[in-house]
Write a protein that binds this ligand. Structure first.
Ligand SMILES: CC(C)=CCC/C(C)=C/CC/C(C)=C/CC/C(C)=C/COP(=O)(O)OP(=O)(O)O
Ligand SMILES: O=C(O)Cc1cc(O)ccc1O
Length: 398
């Protein structure tokens, strides 16, 4: 045993975490208590703390601080009735429970996926716009209905995943509200049930067949991906899991939401234009990358719970570079396709836009520390930003 000396607060926060049993310490750490009530943090092994120990501990501490901050908010809310009356009626103490429930719902909704869904629907809907006069109240209402119905289905899909992954998320994503205990399983089930019902109700009321089928197929695939029933929980099989995400993000979002605006809102015949085919092809690459990359930081919990993700099978390093390679390839194809455009402004924007994104990706990828979970997660969020940027470029492809 040897001591791991980082900052004076490290042993204290590790001891608090161990006491509360709400956050698992890295396996090489243990808490030592002296007779005088002092605590220190020890590591196993005779050679003393290595760089790897320090990195892993810093990652752990970073995630501990996020969760302890959130549970402080929650316990502050729970204890509110014990506060003196003057304090309980202070505007700040009324705001606190509201802001922490909003914060918990925000984390539950996996905002990076919701933003991606909303942006993608707006972007493919714009592909159906032929002239400025098409941007009418009729178009905006049809678009809003599609975005709101998809928002509820998005909450259903990501929420159901958290309901069935509570134990895995305690290891992989302890800040999610079901894993941290801020939400009870019943709350999770209630939110996902209401979300699915709202999505279908809206889809039904609107009366658009492409919209309703998009919601229904997403519902079926999202359910099959996560539920723990015989023949389901397809997330256990890496290829099937990736195909579920690809079917929704690459095919359904592009084709069904375009058809919703083109055939149901504008009452025009279905025409699969060059930008629509480009969007579907490009998002095929992106969906595979998201499906592969999202599991790179989760290798620890996935291994324990028998999830055979690509990262578990091939290793994090390999999957990371496969993802970067796939995205660079997609950017290469986009640049070539942009160069063939007959419109000069579209050619310039498509070629320059994709070249800038490709070089940004390359320079960021080279600086990622693949031994740090925080660094991989932050790069994963950067990939989502590239996904958003692509949907800004797609309406400009002609
Ligand atoms: C309604 C429409 C058109 C869109 C919804 C947009 C979504 C959410 C598309 C994804 C489709 C799908 C089948 C997703 C399943 C993927 C999922 C819930 C992944 C969660 O991945 P895990 O690795 O299990 O969990 P963490 O990332 O939370 O660890
Ligand atoms: O939405 C998706 O395309 C996949 C997905 C990624 C993620 O990081 C969390 C949830 C989820 O559904």
């Amino acid at each position: 045993m040897d001591s791991l000396c980082l900052r004076p607060s490290a042993p204290a926060c590790a001891a608090a975490a161990a006491r509360r049993r709400d956050h698992i310490l890295p396996s090489f750490c243990s808490i030592q208590r002296s007779g005088k009530g002092r605590v220190s943090l020890s590591i196993q092994g005779s050679k003393g703390p290595t760089d790897d120990h320090c990195k892993k501990f810093l990652d752990w501490k970073y995630s501990y601080h996020r969760i302890s901050h959130q549970s402080r908010n929650t316990s502050a809310n729970a204890g509110q009735s014990l506060q003196p009356e003057t304090e309980a009626h202070h505007p700040a103490s009324i705001w606190k429970p509201i802001s922490s429930s909003l914060d918990a719902f925000y984390r539950f909704s996996r905002p990076h996926t919701v933003i991606g869904t909303a942006l993608s629907i707006v972007s493919v809907s714009l592909l159906a716009v032929e002239s400025l006069s098409d941007i009418s109240p009729l178009f905006l209402t049809g678009l809003l209905e599609a975005v709101v119905a998809a928002f509820f289905m998005n909450i259903y899909i990501v929420g159901l995943n958290q309901v069935f992954d509570i134990e895995i998320d305690k290891v992989n994503k302890p800040t999610l509200p079901l894993a941290s205990g801020e939400y009870s399983p019943a709350t999770g089930v209630a939110i996902v049930s209401v979300s699915a019902a709202m999505s279908f109700a809206l889809g039904w009321l609107v009366g658009s067949p492409p919209l309703f089928w998009a919601l229904f197929i997403s519902f079926v695939l999202g359910t099959a991906y996560s539920v723990n029933l015989p023949y389901f929980r397809w997330k256990r099989f890496a290829v099937v899991a990736a195909l579920c995400i690809l079917a929704v993000r690459a095919v359904i979002v592009q084709l069904a939401f375009f058809l919703h605006i083109q055939t149901f809102v504008f009452r025009r015949p279905a025409v699969f234009s060059k930008p629509l085919i480009f969007a579907t092809a490009f998002m095929t690459f992106f969906s595979v990358v998201i499906a592969l990359f999202k599991d790179i930081p989760d290798i620890e919990g996935d291994r324990i719970f028998g999830i055979q993700s690509f990262s578990v099978r091939l290793g994090q390093n390999k999957v990371f570079w496969i993802c970067v390679g796939l995205l660079e390839m997609a950017y290469g194809v986009a640049i070539l396709m942009g160069a063939t455009s007959s419109s000069l402004w579209s050619k310039s924007v498509t070629v320059a836009g994709h070249a800038i994104l490709a070089s940004l990706l390359w320079s960021c990828a080279r600086s990622v520390d693949l031994t740090s979970k925080a660094a991989i997660t932050s790069f994963y969020m950067f990939i989502w930003k590239l996904f958003y940027a692509e949907y800004l470029l797609i309406p400009l492809v002609r």
